[in-house]
Ligand binder design. Sequence first.
Ligand SMILES: *Cc1c(COP(=O)(O)O)cnc(C)c1O
Length: 411
Amino acid sequence: MKESDFSSTTREKHRLPDDRGRFGAYGGKYVPETLMYALDELEAAYASAMADPIFQEGLERLQTHYVGRPTPLYFAERLTRSLGGARIYFKREDLAHTGAHKINNALGQCLLAQRMNKPRVIAETGAGQHGVATATAAALLGLECEVYMGAEDMERQRLNVFRMRLMGAKVTCVNSGSRTLKDAINEALRDWAANVEHTHYVLGTVHGPHPFPMICRDFQAVIGRETRRQLAEAEGRLPDLMIACVGGGSNSIGLFYDFLGDVSVRMIGVEAGGTKIAPGMHAARFAGGSFGMLQGAMSYVLQDKNGLIGSTHSVSAGLDYASVGPEHAYFHDNKRITYTYATDDEALDAFQRCSRLEGIIPALESAHAVAEVIKQAPAMDAGDIIVMNMSGRGDKDVQQAARFIMPDEEL
Ligand SMILES: *Cc1c(COP(=O)(O)O)cnc(C)c1O
């Protein structure tokens, strides 16, 4: 069987979501009537773009010449030797333009906005990474861009606020609620409902109402398609284990998607274990959450008995969210993907170990995946292969990490 045949068989078997936007019991579109129209319009425009070879060629051209794809699949030799087990490969999304995988989705959706003749895009951002990716793609395509960001987050992520403004985006401060990501999303949805004729909402991960989880997944799936080709070239076979961190879930589903039909490939998603698995101290939705709804989709949610959304904590801002993409909830329940977590301490340890052994400073989000590699690799055979998604680079996190690792150092 040719490699390309195998890939398309895989996709055939996992044609989800269904036509109501559901992954089993999860997903859907639980939004006010005013947004229904916008979601339907987006779904139709997306279907037409995916079927249009000119759109696909345009996207591919920018992925190559602007984003820098394909990103390398790198054999981490010193980490492999130090752990003494499976051969470890990093998929280097940290080397994509703007330093993380988020540009894959932001660029795809901004091209979609352009195709829909919408001159304005809006986005929500927590840590600022998705805001920066959207501001970047908007600058490239000459779109007007407004980014909603909680007041708390703006204070914590001033460098990213400046980056967005430098690229011409308007950054709007959100003062409601907890003044963080959840409130910024609500504000963005409100803006979208009011301005839908000329505005597209670039949602940053595989969450929210249908069709966002599907659109974002499809734009990120390039990560896994490249990995399949690159590993076939390097090793002539499939990996035994794939590992990625899970915030909303876009970089992990991006890596895993093309391999879901390959039953020999194990997959582990790593959530933020924070300081411990107790209310308010982590963001491990599968360890501490339950069936519920947040921001337009059914999924696992951190909430109390009355459905009140719980507060979360993680050393990594990008993993610090009370819900997780509905497709992950589906693959959690049917056990195709295993979910675990790494604590703040384990992630910080992995952050240093990866920096020292490989000269690669991982994003604190990605360091959660490195922590799981450190747990898994020694127990595996020397002939086994792990592929881990290095979702982003850690330059953005050095100050935060220094506070924990070298508290006496002047920065
Ligand atoms: C935002 C972010 C994440 C978490 O988001 P996902 O949608 O789960 O991928 C992970 N890594 C990096 C570097 C990020 O910026």
